[in-house]
Design a protein around this ligand. Structure first.
Ligand SMILES: C[S@@+](CC[C@H](N)C(=O)[O-])C[C@H]1O[C@@H](n2cnc3c(N)ncnc32)[C@H](O)[C@@H]1O
Length: 383
């Protein structure tokens, strides 16, 4: 937007006539015409006085909070002309500009906003645009995770006993992969990880020992929309063998960029009668040996500097707390990883546990122990 000199005073051209197409949508996201938004910012920035700048920003805010008909998004608008933003974040950025004490400060905030709209800055392992990091308030960064309700949308129908909440792979995939990356789940179960991969545009490969479970999982994964044309494959096999390697090779892929492991928590749930099943290991030592073999297989397939996540809980045996989580942590550490985080996640209350709550409380008081309310998500980076 150009500023024109007229009669000794600077007079600005009127704001761009390009409409600021607008579409209020789910998740508090708005789709704006990138160029129209940039034009408005440039126009505001061309002001020499704070009053003019504030007036422009107020107008922009109004277009966002109560769009006129002409500002509405036309559905056939090409995607690359649109920018998808969190409405509340954008509004707070505009408020920050309005509240700035000096015009220099206001222009600094404007420039920062403009930069975040014109360019992207992402790291090597995910698609988080660091220039707009405030937009990602749904991505957890604390080591205590509490999900009051499991995500039951789409194909996440929670039919499998021993599955994990979809929010776990969701968080890990967003944090540790880019679109088009490959994710390996060696204990795929009902395919929660693969469903999430498909949703987020990542390719997923899962290995599950029990063929009946594999079949049902495959069916459900296929029901999940595949807007990003991701490849999702679940195969029947023992994760200590090379089933995943072969399946990946068929896609011309040698390495994956994230491994998510959710093994049986020893024998807490017996998943089958199969002796290759980690839940049939018989004792903790054998369980850890088998787990270690799976880690080794997965490690050979994981790209250097990428992440491996283990989701695991502890157990009680003969009145003693068996720290499976810490034992598994040790197994991974023996195999060339650095520890990045130990996340503690709440255990949701199942109906069975709710019904027996008082009984467990009594037993805990008598036995001198605490009732399990958490599990771990252990995060490692391959050296
Ligand atoms: C805790 S569950 C995983 C659940 C999964 N995350 C989900 O959301 O459905 C562990 C799974 O590992 C499988 N399993 C056990 N031993 C295995 C092995 N050696 N190779 C592959 N899968 C195995 C079990 O059949 C079970 O489905």
């Amino acid at each position: 937007m150009s500023a024109r000199k007229q009669g000794g005073r600077t007079r600005k051209a009127p704001p761009s006539q390009t409409s600021l197409f607008f579409d209020p949508s789910a998740d508090g996201l708005i789709e704006l015409n990138r160029q129209a938004l940039l034009d408005r910012i440039t126009h505001a920035n061309a002001n020499e006085g704070a009053d003019g700048l504030r007036a422009d920003i107020r107008l922009l805010k109004e277009s966002i909070t109560s769009p006129r008909r002409s500002d509405r998004l036309i559905s056939h608008q090409p995607v690359d002309e649109c920018v998808s933003l969190k409405k509340d974040v954008l509004l707070s950025e505009l408020d920050q500009i309005l509240d700035a004490r000096t015009i220099e400060r206001a222009k600094y905030y404007l420039k920062r906003l403009e930069k975040g709209l014109r360019s992207r800055s992402t790291g090597k392992i995910n698609d988080i645009n660091l220039l707009r990091w405030k937009e990602y308030d749904d991505i957890l960064t604390d080591s205590l995770w509490s999900f009051p309700k499991r995500d039951a949308s789409g194909a996440h129908i929670a039919w499998y006993w021993g599955n994990f909440v979809p929010q776990i792979p969701h968080q890990l995939i967003l944090r540790y992969t880019k679109k088009g990356d490959w994710v390996l789940d060696p204990f795929a179960g009902s395919g929660t990880t693969l469903i999430e991969c498909r949703r987020l545009g990542r390719n997923g490969i899962g290995v599950e020992l029990n063929s009946e479970i594999t079949e049902k999982a495959r069916e459900l994964i296929g029901l999940e929309q595949n807007r990003h044309s991701a490849i999702s494959e679940i195969i029947t096999g023992d994760s200590r063998a090379n089933a995943a390697e072969q399946a990946l090779a068929e896609h011309g892929v040698a390495k994956v960029q994230l491994v998510i492991m959710h093994p049986p928590y020893a024998d807490i749930i017996r998943f089958s009668e199969d002796t290759s099943d980690l839940s049939n290991a018989g004792d903790v030592e054998t369980f850890l040996e088998m787990f270690g073999e799976t880690v080794e297989r997965a490690t050979a397939l994981l790209e250097k500097d990428r992440y491996l996540a283990v989701v695991i809980g502890d157990k009680y045996e003969d009145g003693e707390w068996i720290p499976l989580g810490f034992y598994c942590l040790n197994e991974v550490m023996k195999r060339g990883y650095s520890l990045k985080s130990i996340v503690v996640k709440n255990f949701e209350e199942t109906r069975a546990k709710r019904d027996q709550k008082q009984l467990w409380r009594y037993r805990a008081l008598v036995g001198g122990f605490y009732i399990f309310k958490h599990e771990y998500i252990l995060l490692f980076k391959k050296r």
